[in-house]
Design a protein around this ligand. Structure first.
Ligand SMILES: Cc1ncc(COP(=O)(O)O)c(C=O)c1O
Length: 387
């Protein structure tokens, strides 16, 4: 799309005010908002300020556009997507919405982000057993065979839960392969997709994922506290809506009808008033990604990650992430023998380079508007710190 720092980028850096201050390489943390999303937030808020309830119809329409854009990014039907608060809420909906019996098994990798684990650990008081898959080696590898091994160690699990992309080292799980394994063993598959959705093309329905969730504030380049929740239509009868309200029923807005007739679509998981301003920004970000093309964004992110790996290796770094084609993601984890990752991330921050320290290494996560010039700034600071 545009030239910045000598690179053609699929997303326009001029749409990101953060580029004036930062080489922003921390999309696995919290993304900076692009201008179209800021404008959508402002516009929506002003419409409520000016017209109150009379802005509601437009905002409902906007919600539907957000849902449609999220569904396209996920590769699922729009009617199977609910607009929710955040990833943790979606995981909680799955953990608490399924019917459990004592002795039911859930299989989850070790080293997951706490929100991917806690809702299922919290089912211990209902007799649910959580069995862990051990990632192999420094890259945190989680091949499908590792899941198969744990699954085979007991009765067929009711549910397998995993992040699509692990938040620490960036290992990308083969969801299509895991989906086949789950189908063969009769397990449901729940994928936390926040560390990939928006930057890597997804086909969750085709891959056999039953439940998936992601908030806006990472690779979707959206706001904090607005996200997408996918429930495969055929699984919806298994998942009890935990917060049924006026917005969950087929006859929403028919206030005199008190019958609890749940909507046939994933809207049944939306209990009350949606986050209209947040969803407007989420829509703007999601549509921006779709306009650029997620495949193009991914090619760009992947090339920047290759550059990061090559250049940080040249200044003494060890790349811990698995960079084989099917396992790699937009997260690169690099360790330096004599540099504490926390101190290094802080030094980078002072030099205007945003990344973070995770799992004992520097975690770098570029997006579709970053340039090779941003990577040069990263490498320059690391070289100076190492000198
Ligand atoms: C894999 C993963 N899941 C969930 C979360 C938290 O998501 P949310 O704040 O949207 O609940 C994070 C945040 O870093 C994450 O990396």
């Amino acid at each position: 799309m545009t030239a910045g720092g000598g690179t053609m980028t699929p997303l326009d850096p001029d749409l990101f005010p953060a580029t004036h201050r930062w080489a922003y390489l921390n999309h696995a943390g919290i993304c900076p908002l692009p201008l179209p999303s800021v404008e959508a937030l402002h516009r929506t808020a002003m419409e409520v300020a000016t017209d109150g309830e009379f802005s509601y119809a437009a905002h409902k329409e906007n919600n539907e556009r957000a849902r449609a854009a999220g569904a396209r990014l996920m590769g699922v039907p729009a009617d199977d997507v609910a607009l929710i608060k955040n990833t943790t809420e979606g995981l909680g909906f799955v953990a608490n919405g399924l019917a459990w019996a004592p002795g039911d098994r859930v299989v989850i990798p070790d080293g997951e982000f706490p929100s991917t684990l806690y809702p299922f650990l919290a089912l211990a008081d209902r007799g649910v057993i959580v069995d862990r898959v051990r990632p192999a080696g420094p890259s945190g590898a989680l091949p499908v065979e590792a899941f198969a091994e744990v699954i085979a160690q007991g009765p067929p699990p009711k549910l397998v839960v995993t992040s699509w992309v692990q938040f620490g080292r960036g290992w990308r799980t083969d969801l299509a392969g895991l989906g086949r394994l789950c189908r063969d063993t009769g397990a449901l598959l729940c994928a936390d997709v926040i560390q990939g959705l928006g930057a890597i093309p997804a086909r969750l329905e085709e891959w056999g994922v039953d439940f998936a969730m992601a908030d806006g504030h990472k690779w979707l380049l959206g706001p904090e506290g607005s996200g997408f929740f996918y429930v495969r239509r055929s699984r919806s009868p298994l998942l009890r809506p935990l917060e049924p309200g006026w917005n969950s029923v087929r006859h929403r807005e028919d206030w005199d009808n008190q019958d609890l007739v749940l909507d046939d679509t994933a809207r049944r998981y939306e209990g009350g008033m949606p986050n209209m301003t947040g969803n407007a920004a989420l829509r703007a970000s999601a549509e921006m990604l779709l306009d650029a093309g997620v495949a193009a964004v991914w090619r760009h992110v992947d090339a920047l990650c290759d550059q990061i790996c090559a250049e940080l290796t040249a200044v003494g770094g060890s790349v811990l992430s698995d960079r084989t084609p099917d396992a790699r993601s937009g997260i690169v984890s690099v360790a330096f023998a004599d540099l504490d990752p926390g101190h290094l991330a802080e030094r980078l921050r002072r030099d205007g380079v945003a990344c973070s320290a995770r799992n004992g290494a520097l975690r770098i996560s570029p997006h579709g508007y970053n340039t090779t010039g941003d990577i040069d700034r990263l490498v320059r600071t690391v070289r100076n710190a190492a000198a």
